[in-house]
Design a protein around this ligand. Structure first.
Ligand SMILES: Cc1cc2nc3c(=O)[nH]c(=O)nc-3n(C[C@H](O)[C@H](O)[C@H](O)COP(=O)(O)O)c2cc1C
Length: 150
């Protein structure tokens, strides 16, 4: 069984688009290093105000990782939306995928009925999961394209 945790939190680091992207890259790169060591996979959505994250792996590892993340000063008010045991990982290929909300993915947000600001307080975990899966697919296709192009 795989333990899966979904939470959201509020970004506390101010800055423009560039700064935001730098922050996200920093978080993702540390996450990839730690998570691969701990057998944790998942996905991180960042829309400048909010973080939405899915963590999956062994229960003890997911719990330890979440507790460490929740203490991070770069965000506040981390709130667990859902925890569940699932048969297999939803994000097996990502020790932590990160998706910054940008015009490029606006269509994906729209297809989930999100035209304006994200409101994670009102989102169900299934919605967060589905949005993450669609963003993951987009990111994967983009990387594939880059590999072919280069
Ligand atoms: C929104 C957010 C998500 C994060 N996600 C992860 C994660 O998935 N895994 C992880 O190890 N650290 C994550 N971090 C970073 C941790 O809070 C912490 O800084 C890091 O794990 C410390 O690693 P170090 O001791 O190797 O420097 C995240 C931080 C933030 C703000």
């Amino acid at each position: 069984m795989i333990h899966q945790l979904v939470y959201y939190s509020r970004n506390t680091v101010p800055g423009g688009d560039r700064q935001m992207l730098t922050n996200l890259r920093e978080i993702v790169s540390v996450s990839q290093r730690n998570n691969s060591r701990n057998g944790v996979t998942g996905f991180l959505i960042f829309d400048k105000t909010w973080f939405l994250q899915i963590l999956e792996g062994e229960r003890a590892n997911v719990t330890e990782t979440y507790n460490r993340i929740a203490r991070d000063g770069r965000h506040s008010s981390a709130t667990i939306v859902n925890v569940q045991d699932i048969a297999s990982r939803s994000f097996p290929n990502w020790t932590m995928g990160g998706a910054l909300r940008s015009p490029e993915v606006q269509e994906i947000y729209l297809s989930h009925g999100i035209g304006g600001a994200l409101d994670p307080v009102r989102m169900k975990s299934a919605q967060i999961l589905q949005l993450s899966l669609d963003l993951q697919e987009f990111e994967q296709a983009k990387r594939q394209g880059q590999r072919i192009a280069s």
